[in-house]
Design a protein around this ligand. Structure first.
Ligand code: NAP
Ligand code: ZN
Length: 348
C-alpha cells in the first residue's frame, strides 16, 4: 500500500514528506488510517540520533490513534471501522517468559514502532507520522469509548511509561510521589498518580509551572534550584519519577527519598554524573529504570483513564508544523504534549 509520512534523513535535517509503501497485510495484521499522533521527546532524540542507533530515513511517532481500514484473514479481535491505538511496540517473539508475563517490552526480539527491523522482512519500521500503519493484531489496543479521540494518543507512550512504574512500585492512596520534570511524561505522571490517590509533588526547574502543576492534580510544588525548599522535603518521597531528557545530576534527588524509596529514571540519558552512595546506604534508597509497559498493562491504563476521566493536556498541530514543535519541545515550551492532527497531512 502506498502511503506518505514525514521523515528525517539525517541528524540535522528537518523532517520532510516521504512517500513509501506499507507492507501487504499478513494474516494477523491490522491496517489503519492514522487519525492522531502524539509527539514524544523520544521522537526528537531519534530524529537527531541522540542515542546513536537511528537508521535513516526515520519516520517517528509512537503515540498513535487510528481507524481500522482492513484486517488480515486471521484477525478476530478487530474489524473495519474500529477505533484503535498503537504505542511504542509492534512485535515481539510471543513465546519467551517476558512475553508470557505480558512484559513484551523486555523481549529480546521486541520491535519498536519505528527504527527497528521487522522480524519477518527486515524492513526498518516507520512510525505514526504517516497516513497509514500496518501492525500485527497483538500490538493493537482498543480505545475506550469514553475517551476523546483527539486527546488519547499521548497515553500510548507518556501515559503507559508513567503508569507502569507507579504500578510496579505499588502507588496507592497516601503514597508520596515526586515527579521531576513537568513535560509530556511528567504531567501524565501527575494525573495518573493523583488518580491513584497518591500525594503528588512536582519537582521542576520552572517556577512558572506551579499553577499548572496544582491544576493538573499535584498537591505541592518544589523548585529544584531552591535549596531551602529541597532541604525541607528531605526523606519525603516513597517514589520519585524522573523524566528529565538530558544528562543531569541525581544527587539532589536522593535525599528526598524516604527509607526504601526509589528514584525511577525514564529518560534514557546514558551515564550519569558521579552519584553519592551515602544517601543510598543510609536510607536503603534505590535508583531504578523503567521502560514503557506491556500490552495488557497499556490496555489496563487506557481503561483506568476512561474510568477516572484522565486525559493529557494537548496542543494540536498540523503535520507541517512538526519541525517548529521539535524546537519548542527542546526548549521545554510545550504544555504539555503536541498532538499531530493527521488530517493535516495533505501532501499529494
Ligand atoms: P518533555 O516533554 O520534553 O519533558 C521533559 C521535562 O524535563 C521538561 O518539561 C522539563 O521540565 C525537564 N527538563 C527539560 N530539559 C531539562 C534540563 N536540561 N534539565 C533539567 N530538566 C529538564 O519530554 P518527555 O516527552 O516527557 O520525555 C522525557 C524523557 O523520557 C525523554 O528522554 C524521553 O526519551 C524519555 N522516554 C522514556 C520512555 C521509557 O520507556 N523509559 C518512554 C518515553 C519517553 P521542567 O521545566 O518542569 O523542569
Ligand atoms: Zn515516547
Amino acid at each position: 500500500m502506498k502511503t506518505i509520512g514525514y521523515a528525517s534523513q539525517s541528524p540535522d535535517s528537518a523532517l520532510a514528506p516521504i512517500h513509501f509503501e506499507r507492507r501487504a497485510l499478513r494474516a494477523n495484521d491490522v491496517a489503519m488510517e492514522v487519525l492522531y499522533c502524539g509527539v514524544c521527546h523520544s521522537d526528537l532524540h531519534t530524529a537527531r540520533n541522540d542515542w546513536g542507533w537511528t537508521q535513516y530515513p526515520n519516520v517517528p511517532g509512537h503515540e498513535i490513534v487510528g481507524r481500522v481500514t482492513a484486517i488480515g484473514s486471521d484477525v478476530n479481535r478487530y474489524k473495519v471501522g474500529d477505533t484503535v491505538a498503537v504505542g511504542c511496540m509492534v512485535d515481539s517473539c510471543q513465546t519467551c517468559n517476558h512475553c508470557h508475563d505480558g512484559e513484551e517490552q523486555f523481549c529480546s526480539s521486541m520491535i519498536q514502532t519505528y527504527n527497528s527491523p521487522d522480524l519477518h522482512d527486515g524492513q526498518i519500521t516507520f512510525g505514526g507520522y504517516s497516513r497509514h500503519l500496518v501492525v500485527r493484531e497483538e500490538f493493537v489496543l482498543r480505545v475506550p469509548e469514553a475517551l476523546d479521540l483527539a486527546l488519547v494518543a499521548p497515553l500510548l507512550c507518556a501515559g503507559i511509561t508513567t503508569y507502569s512504574p507507579l504500578k510496579t512500585w505499588n502507588v496507592k492512596p497516601g503514597t508520596q510521589v515526586g515527579v521531576v520534570g513537568l513535560g509530556g511524561l511528567g504531567h501524565m505522571a501527575v494525573k495518573l498518580a493523583s488518580g491513584m490517590g497518591a500525594n503528588v509533588t512536582v519537582i521542576s526547574r520552572s517556577a512558572d509551572k506551579q499553577a499548572d502543576a496544582l491544576a493538573l492534580g499535584a498537591d505541592s510544588f518544589l523548585v529544584s534550584s531552591d535549596a531551602d525548599a529541597m532541604k525541607t522535603a528531605a526523606s519525603k518521597f516513597d517514589i520519585i519519577i524522573d523524566t528529565v531528557p538530558v544528562k543531569h545530576d541525581l544527587n539532589p534527588y536522593m535525599p528526598l527519598l524516604n527509607v526504601d524509596g526509589t528514584l525511577v529514571l525514564v529518560g534514557q540519558v546514558g551515564p550519569v554524573a558521579e552519584t553519592n552512595t551515602t544517601p543510598m546506604i543510609l536510607g536503603r534508597r534505590r535508583i531504578a529504570g523503567s521502560l514503557i509497559g506491556g500490552i495488557a498493562e497499556t490496555q489496563e491504563m487506557l481503561e483506568f483513564c476512561a474510568e477516572k476521566g484522565i486525559l493529557p493536556e494537548c496542543e494540536m498541530i498540523r503535520m507541517d508544523e512538526i519541525n517548529h514543535a521539535f524546537q519548542r519541545m527542546e526548549a521545554s515550551d510545550v504544555r504539555y504534549r503536541f498532538v499531530i492532527d493527521m488530517s493535516s497531512l495533505d501532501v499529494a
